[in-house]
Design a binder for this molecule. Structure first.
Ligand SMILES: OC[C@@H]1[C@@H](O)[C@H](O)[C@@H](O)c2nc(CNc3ccccc3)cn21
Length: 605
C-alpha cells in the first residue's frame, strides 16, 4: 500500500510524521542543506538527498532564458525524486523586484519606490505577478520580501527596505499574500501556507532581525538597541508576514548588541518560534554560519563549531552553499556525540517537510510550460508601469509659489535630455537584476527614461540627448526646458555601503551647468536619498525622486507629462547632510531637507 507520506489526501502532519520516521539521520541532515546550483550533482541530490538548491545572485543557467531555467530545475528535481525516499527539493531564488534574474522578466521598482507608493493592494498584485513569472521557470520559492526597516541610508541595502517607518513596512507585507495566496480565515497562526501550486510561490521574510538598524548602516553590522526597540521597529513586520502564513524566514547576517543572529537562540527559537509561534522554517543567509566565529577566527574556520552553534540556536536550513559534504559529516557527527540533540534535528526536518508538503511539490514536482509566455507579458509590464508612476515623489515644482513647473509641455520646439541615467535600463533597475550587483546598459528588455520622453512628446518636438551635455549644446539656445537624469550606479549589499551620499559622476556640476541657462527638471535615480546642496536646489525648477524604477520607464513620463498626478510620498527621510545621519521621523530636533511623508502633486509648488 502507499506509504502515508505519499498520500496527498492524508493530513500534512501525518505525512510529516510518517516520512520523518522513515529517514536515517544522514537523510535528515541532508534535508537541512541548501546548496548552490553549480554543485547540485547527482551525488548531492540522489545519493545524499540535499533538501534544497538556490542560485546565488547572478548565477544562472545557459542563456538565462525562462525555458533554460525550467529545464534546469526539472532536471534537478528528477535527481531528487530518484533518491531512496524520493523527497523533492525546493528551489529558491531572489525574485525581489520581479523575477529579476531572468532575461525578459518584468522588473518592478525596488522596495524603496514601492514604499513611496504606499499602496498595499498594489503590492499584493505585484506579488501575484511575480509568483507567476517565478513559477513559469519551475521555481517554487523566492527569498522575498525583505522587510528590513532601514534607519540609515548609508546602508547598501536601503533600497531593499520599504521604509524607515515600521508601520509602513507592516502595511506592505501584503506582498506575501500576493506571492503565496490568501490563507483561509481559520488558518492557524504562524503556520505556513501556499494557495496554488501552479500560480503561487513560497515567500521568505528577511532578514530576521534588525538588518536595517545597524550602526552607521554598515551591512551585516551591529544593531545596538533595547529589546523593546528591536521588537517595535524591526520585528513588527514579521508579525504581519506570519499572519499571512509566510512559509520561511531568513536569518540576518547582522548582530544584535554584539550577538550574531545566526547563532542567537533567544531570537531564533525563544522569540520567533516560541513567543511569535512561527511554524515554517528558518534558513540561514549565504555562508551565514561560516561567519559565526568572526572576528575571533577567519570566516569559514571552526566549521563544526559554527554548525553546532547555529543549529542549536534554531537554524533549520543552512544556505551552505558549497561545503555540503563537509556540512553533512559534521552534522551527523554532532548528533552522534550528543552536541546537537536529535530532537533539534527532528524539529528542523519536521518544519522543512511541513513546508514541502503544504507547497504541493510532492504532487507537482515539475515546471508548468504553459506559463512560459507570462514572463514579461504586457499585463505585468502595465502593472509595473503603474507601480513606477505611483512611486515617483515630486520634491520641488517651480521656483515660486505661483507657477508649478510640471507637467512638462509636450508640444514645444526643442528640449534637452541629459545625464548618466537618462538612457540606461541597467541603472534604472539597480542591484539584484540579471547580475547580483546589477549592471549598466541594455541588460534586459525595457523602456529608458529618454525613450519614454521621446514617446510622450509631440512629433514636432525635437529631443536633443547627450549623456553629458556640453557647454556648446547648452548655449546653443532654444531649449524650452531640460531634463537632467542623474543618480547611483547599481550595487548590492556591502558594495553599496556609503559614507558619502553625493550624486555620483559630478551630477551636481552637470545640473548646475544646465540649470543656470535652461529651465530644468532634475530626476534622481537612486536607491536612497542623495545630497542635494542648497544652491543646487535653488537653481533648478523641479526635482523628482524616481528611486530604482525598473524596466517600465513610461511610468515616469506618465507623471512628467501630466497623464497622471504624482501620489508618491517619501518613505525615508531626505537628509540635509550626511552629518545628520541617522535621522528618522520622530527624532528630537528632526530637521531634514524633506521629511518622511513629503511629496507634492502637480498643482502644488
Ligand atoms: O541570494 C541568496 C541570499 C539573499 O537572499 C540574501 O538577501 C543576501 O543577503 C545574499 N547575499 C548573498 C551572497 N551573494 C553572492 C552573489 C554572488 C557571489 C557571491 C555571493 C546571497 N544572498
Amino acid at each position: 500500500a502507499m506509504p502515508p507520506y505519499k498520500d496527498a489526501s492524508a493530513p500534512v502532519e501525518v505525512r510529516v510524521r510518517d516520512l520523518l520516521g522513515r529517514m536515517t539521520l544522514r537523510e535528515k541532515a541532508a534535508q537541512m542543506a541548501q546548496i548552490e546550483r553549480t554543485v547540485a550533482s547527482a551525488r548531492a541530490l540522489t545519493e545524499l538527498g540535499a533538501g534544497s538548491v538556490l542560485n546565488g545572485g547572478g548565477s544562472a543557467p545557459g542563456d538565462r532564458s525562462p525555458a533554460c531555467w525550467a529545464d534546469m530545475v526539472d532536471g534537478m528535481q528528477r535527481l531528487a525524486l530518484s533518491s531512496r525516499l524520493g523527497v523533492p527539493i525546493l528551489y529558491g531564488t531572489d525574485a525581489v523586484h520581479g523575477h529579476n534574474n531572468v532575461f525578459g522578466a518584468t522588473v518592478f521598482p525596488h522596495n524603496v519606490g514601492l514604499g513611496a507608493a504606499r499602496d498595499p493592494e498594489l503590492l499584493r498584485r505585484i506579488g501575484e505577478a511575480t509568483a507567476l513569472e517565478v513559477r513559469a521557470t519551475g521555481i517554487q520559492w523566492t527569498f522575498a520580501p525583505c522587510v528590513a526597516v532601514c534607519r540609515d541610508p548609508r546602508w547598501g541595502r536601503c533600497y531593499e527596505s520599504y521604509s524607515e517607518d515600521p508601520e509602513m513596512v507592516r502595511s506592505l507585507a501584503t506582498i506575501v499574500t500576493g506571492l503565496q495566496g490568501e490563507p483561509p480565515a481559520d488558518h492557524p497562526h504562524g503556520y505556513p501556507f501556499l494557495g496554488s501550486v501552479r500560480e503561487k510561490v513560497l515567500a521568505c521574510a528577511k532578514h530576521f532581525v534588525g538588518d536595517g538598524g545597524t550602526d552607521r548602516g554598515i551591512n551585516e553590522g551591529n544593531t545596538i538597541c533595547s529589546y523593546d526597540e528591536l521588537e517595535d521597529i524591526h520585528m513588527a513586520p514579521y508579525l504581519d508576514c506570519m499572519a499571512q502564513g509566510v512559509a520561511t524566514v531568513m536569518a540576518s547576517h547582522s548582530k544584535w548588541n554584539g550577538e550574531r543572529l545566526h547563532s542567537c537562540r533567544c531570537l531564533l527559537t525563544d522569540v520567533l518560534k516560541g513567543k511569535l509561534g512561527f511554524k515554517g522554517f528558518v534558513i540561514s543567509d549565504w555562508k551565514g554560519i561560516d561567519k559565526i566565529c568572526e572576528p575571533r577566527a577567519p570566516q569559514g574556520s571552526e566549521y563544526r563549531y559554527c554548525i553546532a552553534q547555529s543549529v542549536n540556536a534554531g537554524m533549520d536550513m543552512i544556505m551552505i552553499p558549497y561545503r555540503f559534504e563537509e556540512f553533512l559529516e559534521h552534522l551527523v557527527s554532532l548528533v552522534e556525540t550528543g552536541e546537537i540533540p536529535l530532537s533539534r534535528i527532528d524539529d528542523a526536518v519536521e518544519r522543512i517537510l511541513r513546508v514541502k508538503f503544504i507547497s504541493g511539490v510532492f504532487e507537482h514536482p515539475f515546471s508548468d510550460p504553459s506559463l512560459l509566455d507570462i514572463i514579461g507579458c504586457k499585463e505585468h509590464r502595465l502593472l509595473a508601469r503603474e507601480a513606477v508612476r505611483k512611486s515617483m515623489v515630486l520634491l520641488k515644482n517651480g521656483k515660486n509659489q505661483k507657477e508649478p513647473f510640471l507637467p512638462l509641455a509636450k508640444n514645444v520646439k526643442r528640449i534637452l535630455v541629459t545625464g548618466t541615467h537618462a538612457d540606461d535600463i541597467g541603472f534604472q533597475c539597480g542591484g539584484w537584476t540579471v547580475g547580483w550587483n546589477g549592471n549598466s546598459g541594455k541588460i534586459t528588455p525595457g523602456t529608458s527614461i529618454l525613450e519614454a520622453i521621446k514617446e510622450s512628446v509631440g512629433v514636432q518636438t525635437e529631443v536633443v540627448y547627450e549623456a553629458c551635455a556640453t557647454e556648446a549644446t547648452i548655449e546653443s539656445g532654444e531649449f524650452s526646458y531640460a531634463v537632467v537624469v542623474v543618480g547611483e550606479v547599481p550595487y548590492s549589499e556591502t558594495v553599496g555601503d556609503r559614507t558619502d551620499l553625493s550624486i555620483p559622476f559630478n551630477g551636481s556640476d552637470l545640473i548646475t551647468r544646465v540649470a543656470c541657462t535652461i529651465p530644468t527638471l532634475v530626476i534622481v535615480v537612486s536607491g536612497r536619498p542623495l545630497d542635494i546642496e542648497t544652491q543646487v536646489l535653488e537653481k533648478i525648477d523641479a526635482l523628482v525622486a524616481a528611486w530604482l524604477p525598473g524596466t517600465e520607464g513610461m511610468g515616469i513620463a506618465d507623471c512628467l507629462f501630466g497623464h497622471q498626478d504624482f501620489v508618491g510620498k517619501l518613505p525615508v527621510t531626505w537628509h540635509r547632510s550626511v552629518d545628520q545621519l541617522p535621522i528618522n521621523s520622530g527624532d528630537a530636533n528632526y530637521d531634514p531637507l524633506f521629511p518622511v511623508g513629503y511629496g507634492l502633486n502637480m498643482f502644488q509648488s
